[in-house]
Design a protein around this ligand. Structure first.
Ligand code: SF4
Ligand code: MG
Length: 334
Protein backbone atom coordinates (compact mmCIF):
# COMPACT_ATOMS: atom_id res chain seq x y z
CA UNK A 1 0.00 0.00 0.00
CA UNK A 2 1.29 3.37 -0.90
CA UNK A 3 0.45 6.07 1.59
CA UNK A 4 -0.22 9.44 0.22
CA UNK A 5 -0.21 12.17 2.86
CA UNK A 6 -1.48 15.68 2.30
CA UNK A 7 -1.00 17.59 5.48
CA UNK A 8 -1.72 21.11 6.22
CA UNK A 9 -1.73 23.38 9.17
CA UNK A 10 -3.64 26.45 8.30
CA UNK A 11 -3.84 29.91 9.66
CA UNK A 12 -6.14 32.78 9.16
CA UNK A 13 -7.44 34.22 5.98
CA UNK A 14 -7.22 37.95 5.63
CA UNK A 15 -10.55 39.27 4.47
CA UNK A 16 -11.47 42.49 2.78
CA UNK A 17 -11.76 45.59 4.95
CA UNK A 18 -8.66 44.48 6.78
CA UNK A 19 -10.43 42.12 9.06
CA UNK A 20 -9.13 38.72 9.73
CA UNK A 21 -11.52 35.87 9.30
CA UNK A 22 -10.38 32.90 11.27
CA UNK A 23 -11.81 30.70 8.57
CA UNK A 24 -9.60 27.75 9.29
CA UNK A 25 -7.29 27.47 12.30
CA UNK A 26 -4.74 24.79 13.07
CA UNK A 27 -6.34 22.23 10.83
CA UNK A 28 -4.20 19.20 10.18
CA UNK A 29 -5.46 16.44 8.00
CA UNK A 30 -3.95 13.55 6.19
CA UNK A 31 -5.48 11.98 3.11
CA UNK A 32 -4.44 8.44 2.26
CA UNK A 33 -4.81 6.73 -1.06
CA UNK A 34 -7.65 4.27 -1.23
CA UNK A 35 -9.61 5.97 1.53
CA UNK A 36 -12.43 8.47 1.83
CA UNK A 37 -12.08 11.11 4.54
CA UNK A 38 -15.23 13.02 5.39
CA UNK A 39 -15.01 16.57 6.63
CA UNK A 40 -18.36 17.30 8.26
CA UNK A 41 -19.69 20.60 9.49
CA UNK A 42 -22.39 23.21 9.21
CA UNK A 43 -22.33 25.85 6.49
CA UNK A 44 -19.78 28.46 7.48
CA UNK A 45 -17.64 26.02 9.46
CA UNK A 46 -14.71 26.48 7.09
CA UNK A 47 -14.88 23.11 5.39
CA UNK A 48 -15.03 24.52 1.84
CA UNK A 49 -12.10 26.76 2.70
CA UNK A 50 -10.11 23.68 3.57
CA UNK A 51 -10.87 22.22 0.12
CA UNK A 52 -9.90 25.44 -1.61
CA UNK A 53 -6.70 25.70 0.37
CA UNK A 54 -5.83 22.12 -0.51
CA UNK A 55 -6.60 22.85 -4.17
CA UNK A 56 -4.23 25.84 -3.92
CA UNK A 57 -6.97 28.26 -4.88
CA UNK A 58 -6.03 30.43 -1.91
CA UNK A 59 -2.62 30.78 -0.32
CA UNK A 60 -2.15 29.58 3.23
CA UNK A 61 -1.52 32.20 5.87
CA UNK A 62 0.46 29.72 7.87
CA UNK A 63 1.26 26.07 7.60
CA UNK A 64 2.09 23.86 4.69
CA UNK A 65 0.84 21.23 2.31
CA UNK A 66 2.90 18.11 1.85
CA UNK A 67 2.47 15.50 -0.81
CA UNK A 68 4.14 12.15 -0.46
CA UNK A 69 6.31 13.68 2.25
CA UNK A 70 7.45 16.70 0.21
CA UNK A 71 6.33 20.23 0.96
CA UNK A 72 4.56 21.84 -2.01
CA UNK A 73 5.57 25.43 -2.69
CA UNK A 74 2.63 27.48 -3.94
CA UNK A 75 2.74 28.70 -7.52
CA UNK A 76 6.22 27.52 -8.33
CA UNK A 77 8.20 24.69 -9.75
CA UNK A 78 7.57 21.18 -10.83
CA UNK A 79 6.20 20.01 -7.49
CA UNK A 80 3.45 22.61 -7.73
CA UNK A 81 2.55 21.67 -11.30
CA UNK A 82 2.44 18.02 -10.35
CA UNK A 83 0.35 18.85 -7.32
CA UNK A 84 -2.34 20.83 -9.15
CA UNK A 85 -2.67 18.01 -11.67
CA UNK A 86 -2.87 15.30 -9.06
CA UNK A 87 -5.30 17.10 -6.76
CA UNK A 88 -8.63 17.73 -8.48
CA UNK A 89 -11.60 19.60 -7.06
CA UNK A 90 -15.22 18.61 -7.69
CA UNK A 91 -17.77 21.27 -6.95
CA UNK A 92 -21.24 21.18 -5.49
CA UNK A 93 -22.97 22.46 -8.61
CA UNK A 94 -21.99 20.54 -11.76
CA UNK A 95 -24.08 22.89 -13.89
CA UNK A 96 -22.01 25.87 -12.87
CA UNK A 97 -18.73 24.02 -13.33
CA UNK A 98 -19.45 22.94 -16.93
CA UNK A 99 -19.55 25.53 -19.68
CA UNK A 100 -23.08 25.46 -21.15
CA UNK A 101 -21.94 26.23 -24.72
CA UNK A 102 -19.61 23.24 -24.90
CA UNK A 103 -20.30 19.54 -25.30
CA UNK A 104 -19.14 16.71 -23.10
CA UNK A 105 -16.59 15.86 -25.80
CA UNK A 106 -15.13 19.37 -25.61
CA UNK A 107 -14.85 19.36 -21.81
CA UNK A 108 -13.20 15.96 -21.64
CA UNK A 109 -10.91 16.50 -24.66
CA UNK A 110 -9.71 19.72 -23.13
CA UNK A 111 -8.96 18.03 -19.80
CA UNK A 112 -7.05 15.23 -21.53
CA UNK A 113 -5.07 17.70 -23.67
CA UNK A 114 -4.16 19.95 -20.74
CA UNK A 115 -2.77 16.97 -18.94
CA UNK A 116 -1.05 15.46 -21.99
CA UNK A 117 -3.29 12.41 -22.01
CA UNK A 118 -5.22 12.86 -25.25
CA UNK A 119 -3.07 10.32 -27.12
CA UNK A 120 -1.77 10.67 -30.65
CA UNK A 121 -4.39 10.89 -33.32
CA UNK A 122 -8.16 10.85 -33.44
CA UNK A 123 -8.63 7.13 -32.84
CA UNK A 124 -6.66 7.17 -29.62
CA UNK A 125 -8.48 10.29 -28.44
CA UNK A 126 -11.84 8.56 -29.07
CA UNK A 127 -10.67 5.53 -27.09
CA UNK A 128 -9.53 7.70 -24.19
CA UNK A 129 -12.79 9.69 -24.18
CA UNK A 130 -14.83 6.50 -24.15
CA UNK A 131 -12.70 5.12 -21.31
CA UNK A 132 -13.34 8.24 -19.22
CA UNK A 133 -17.10 8.00 -19.70
CA UNK A 134 -17.07 4.31 -18.91
CA UNK A 135 -15.19 5.04 -15.70
CA UNK A 136 -18.11 7.20 -14.56
CA UNK A 137 -20.69 4.73 -15.87
CA UNK A 138 -22.03 6.93 -18.66
CA UNK A 139 -22.52 4.20 -21.22
CA UNK A 140 -22.57 3.73 -24.08
CA UNK A 141 -20.16 6.69 -24.40
CA UNK A 142 -21.31 7.76 -27.87
CA UNK A 143 -24.70 8.66 -26.41
CA UNK A 144 -23.11 11.24 -24.15
CA UNK A 145 -20.10 12.65 -25.99
CA UNK A 146 -21.94 15.15 -28.15
CA UNK A 147 -24.47 16.30 -25.57
CA UNK A 148 -24.50 19.73 -24.02
CA UNK A 149 -24.71 20.11 -20.22
CA UNK A 150 -28.40 21.11 -20.35
CA UNK A 151 -29.23 17.88 -22.15
CA UNK A 152 -28.02 15.85 -19.17
CA UNK A 153 -29.57 15.19 -15.77
CA UNK A 154 -27.94 16.61 -12.65
CA UNK A 155 -26.43 13.25 -11.81
CA UNK A 156 -25.08 12.82 -15.35
CA UNK A 157 -23.56 16.31 -15.20
CA UNK A 158 -21.82 15.51 -11.94
CA UNK A 159 -20.50 12.32 -13.53
CA UNK A 160 -19.13 14.37 -16.44
CA UNK A 161 -17.46 16.72 -13.92
CA UNK A 162 -15.92 13.68 -12.22
CA UNK A 163 -14.78 12.30 -15.60
CA UNK A 164 -13.16 15.61 -16.37
CA UNK A 165 -11.30 15.51 -13.05
CA UNK A 166 -10.20 11.94 -13.86
CA UNK A 167 -8.80 13.26 -17.14
CA UNK A 168 -5.86 14.55 -15.10
CA UNK A 169 -5.18 11.05 -13.73
CA UNK A 170 -5.35 12.44 -10.19
CA UNK A 171 -4.37 10.86 -6.89
CA UNK A 172 -6.66 13.05 -4.81
CA UNK A 173 -10.25 14.18 -5.35
CA UNK A 174 -11.56 17.02 -3.22
CA UNK A 175 -15.34 16.67 -3.43
CA UNK A 176 -17.10 19.68 -1.92
CA UNK A 177 -20.72 18.69 -1.22
CA UNK A 178 -20.73 16.67 -4.46
CA UNK A 179 -24.30 15.39 -4.09
CA UNK A 180 -26.09 18.06 -2.09
CA UNK A 181 -27.54 19.75 -5.20
CA UNK A 182 -28.70 16.46 -6.71
CA UNK A 183 -32.07 14.77 -6.32
CA UNK A 184 -32.16 12.57 -3.26
CA UNK A 185 -32.87 9.54 -5.47
CA UNK A 186 -29.58 9.78 -7.37
CA UNK A 187 -27.21 10.79 -4.56
CA UNK A 188 -26.38 7.27 -3.55
CA UNK A 189 -25.44 6.37 -7.11
CA UNK A 190 -22.89 9.20 -7.30
CA UNK A 191 -21.45 8.36 -3.86
CA UNK A 192 -21.20 4.71 -4.88
CA UNK A 193 -19.40 5.76 -8.05
CA UNK A 194 -16.89 7.76 -6.01
CA UNK A 195 -16.38 4.81 -3.70
CA UNK A 196 -15.81 2.53 -6.68
CA UNK A 197 -13.24 4.98 -8.11
CA UNK A 198 -11.52 5.17 -4.74
CA UNK A 199 -11.00 1.44 -4.85
CA UNK A 200 -10.21 0.95 -8.51
CA UNK A 201 -7.91 3.96 -8.90
CA UNK A 202 -6.65 4.01 -5.31
CA UNK A 203 -7.74 7.61 -4.94
CA UNK A 204 -7.60 9.65 -1.76
CA UNK A 205 -10.99 11.38 -1.52
CA UNK A 206 -11.87 14.26 0.75
CA UNK A 207 -15.65 14.25 1.03
CA UNK A 208 -16.97 17.54 2.34
CA UNK A 209 -20.51 17.44 3.63
CA UNK A 210 -22.95 18.86 6.15
CA UNK A 211 -24.58 15.45 6.35
CA UNK A 212 -22.99 13.25 8.99
CA UNK A 213 -25.28 10.34 8.09
CA UNK A 214 -23.76 10.17 4.61
CA UNK A 215 -20.26 10.30 6.13
CA UNK A 216 -21.03 7.17 8.07
CA UNK A 217 -22.21 5.44 4.96
CA UNK A 218 -19.50 6.58 2.62
CA UNK A 219 -16.31 7.59 4.45
CA UNK A 220 -13.60 5.53 6.12
CA UNK A 221 -12.51 8.36 8.38
CA UNK A 222 -14.65 11.22 9.65
CA UNK A 223 -13.45 14.61 10.83
CA UNK A 224 -15.91 17.05 12.38
CA UNK A 225 -15.34 20.74 11.91
CA UNK A 226 -16.76 23.52 14.03
CA UNK A 227 -16.02 27.23 13.59
CA UNK A 228 -12.82 26.69 11.64
CA UNK A 229 -11.35 23.93 13.79
CA UNK A 230 -11.51 20.17 13.64
CA UNK A 231 -13.05 19.11 16.94
CA UNK A 232 -13.26 15.35 16.56
CA UNK A 233 -11.82 12.64 14.36
CA UNK A 234 -11.68 8.90 14.05
CA UNK A 235 -12.98 6.08 11.94
CA UNK A 236 -16.44 6.85 10.64
CA UNK A 237 -18.19 4.02 12.41
CA UNK A 238 -16.81 5.07 15.81
CA UNK A 239 -17.37 8.79 15.37
CA UNK A 240 -20.94 8.35 14.21
CA UNK A 241 -21.90 5.53 16.63
CA UNK A 242 -20.03 6.85 19.67
CA UNK A 243 -19.55 10.56 19.14
CA UNK A 244 -17.31 12.03 21.84
CA UNK A 245 -17.47 15.75 21.25
CA UNK A 246 -20.71 17.50 22.32
CA UNK A 247 -20.90 19.18 18.92
CA UNK A 248 -20.73 15.83 17.10
CA UNK A 249 -23.41 14.55 19.47
CA UNK A 250 -25.58 17.53 18.57
CA UNK A 251 -25.04 16.95 14.84
CA UNK A 252 -26.04 13.32 15.15
CA UNK A 253 -29.04 14.07 17.33
CA UNK A 254 -30.30 16.52 14.72
CA UNK A 255 -29.54 14.30 11.71
CA UNK A 256 -32.97 13.19 10.53
CA UNK A 257 -32.33 9.59 9.57
CA UNK A 258 -29.03 7.74 9.46
CA UNK A 259 -29.99 5.77 6.37
CA UNK A 260 -30.95 8.69 4.28
CA UNK A 261 -28.64 11.05 2.44
CA UNK A 262 -29.62 14.49 3.66
CA UNK A 263 -31.92 16.87 1.97
CA UNK A 264 -30.81 19.89 0.06
CA UNK A 265 -32.87 22.15 2.29
CA UNK A 266 -31.16 20.75 5.34
CA UNK A 267 -27.97 22.73 5.39
CA UNK A 268 -26.84 21.10 8.55
CA UNK A 269 -28.42 23.65 10.83
CA UNK A 270 -28.87 22.32 14.28
CA UNK A 271 -31.49 23.14 16.82
CA UNK A 272 -29.60 25.04 19.45
CA UNK A 273 -28.06 28.20 18.18
CA UNK A 274 -26.01 29.42 15.28
CA UNK A 275 -22.37 28.95 14.44
CA UNK A 276 -20.26 31.81 15.78
CA UNK A 277 -18.67 34.62 13.86
CA UNK A 278 -15.28 33.70 12.51
CA UNK A 279 -14.15 37.30 12.74
CA UNK A 280 -14.41 37.32 16.51
CA UNK A 281 -14.61 33.67 17.46
CA UNK A 282 -15.47 32.91 21.09
CA UNK A 283 -12.56 32.56 23.47
CA UNK A 284 -11.72 29.18 24.86
CA UNK A 285 -13.64 26.36 23.24
CA UNK A 286 -15.43 27.93 20.28
CA UNK A 287 -18.42 25.70 20.93
CA UNK A 288 -18.93 26.82 24.52
CA UNK A 289 -21.84 29.25 23.87
CA UNK A 290 -23.87 26.33 22.48
CA UNK A 291 -22.51 23.49 24.54
CA UNK A 292 -24.84 21.85 27.06
CA UNK A 293 -21.83 20.52 28.98
CA UNK A 294 -19.74 23.69 29.10
CA UNK A 295 -17.63 24.16 32.21
CA UNK A 296 -15.95 27.24 33.57
CA UNK A 297 -12.60 26.66 31.92
CA UNK A 298 -14.24 26.07 28.53
CA UNK A 299 -14.90 29.82 28.37
CA UNK A 300 -11.24 30.76 28.54
CA UNK A 301 -9.02 27.83 27.63
CA UNK A 302 -8.86 26.25 24.18
CA UNK A 303 -9.12 22.48 24.61
CA UNK A 304 -6.27 20.50 23.04
CA UNK A 305 -6.81 17.24 21.31
CA UNK A 306 -7.34 14.30 23.65
CA UNK A 307 -6.83 10.80 22.32
CA UNK A 308 -9.55 8.27 23.11
CA UNK A 309 -9.64 4.60 22.21
CA UNK A 310 -9.18 3.19 18.70
CA UNK A 311 -7.75 6.28 17.07
CA UNK A 312 -10.71 8.48 18.00
CA UNK A 313 -9.89 11.89 19.41
CA UNK A 314 -11.76 14.97 20.56
CA UNK A 315 -10.76 18.53 21.34
CA UNK A 316 -12.90 18.84 24.46
CA UNK A 317 -12.10 19.35 28.14
CA UNK A 318 -14.50 16.55 29.10
CA UNK A 319 -11.75 14.12 28.13
CA UNK A 320 -9.06 15.72 30.23
CA UNK A 321 -9.29 12.82 32.67
CA UNK A 322 -7.11 10.07 34.05
CA UNK A 323 -8.40 7.50 31.61
CA UNK A 324 -7.25 9.30 28.50
CA UNK A 325 -3.95 10.80 27.55
CA UNK A 326 -3.57 14.29 26.23
CA UNK A 327 -2.16 14.20 22.72
CA UNK A 328 -0.15 16.90 21.09
CA UNK A 329 -1.90 20.16 20.46
CA UNK A 330 -3.67 19.94 17.09
CA UNK A 331 -1.24 22.26 15.32
CA UNK A 332 1.60 19.79 15.76
CA UNK A 333 2.04 16.89 13.42
CA UNK A 334 0.84 13.66 14.90
FE1 SF4 B 1 -18.35 21.74 25.64
FE2 SF4 B 1 -16.27 22.45 27.11
FE3 SF4 B 1 -16.09 20.31 25.55
FE4 SF4 B 1 -16.15 22.75 24.49
S1 SF4 B 1 -14.55 21.92 25.80
S2 SF4 B 1 -17.28 21.00 23.80
S3 SF4 B 1 -17.58 23.80 25.85
S4 SF4 B 1 -17.45 20.60 27.30
MG1 MG C 1 -19.42 25.13 1.47
Amino acid sequence: TKHFPVRRTAGDLVARRHRTVHAVDDVTLELRRGTVTALVGESGSGKSTVARLLAQLYPLTAGEIRMGGTAVKAGRGRSFRTYVKQVQLIFQDPFASLNPVHTVRYHLTRALRIHGRAGSGDAELETNLAALLERVQLTPPHQFLDKFPHELSGGQRQRVAIARALGADPQVLLADEPVSMLDVSIRLGVLNLLRDLKERLSLAILYITHDIASARYFADTTLVMYAGRIVEGGDSETVTQHPAHPYTQLLIASAPDPDRVADEADQGETGSGEPPSLITPPAGCRFHPRCPKAMERCRTALPPRFDLADGQWAACWLYDGATVQAADAPEKEA
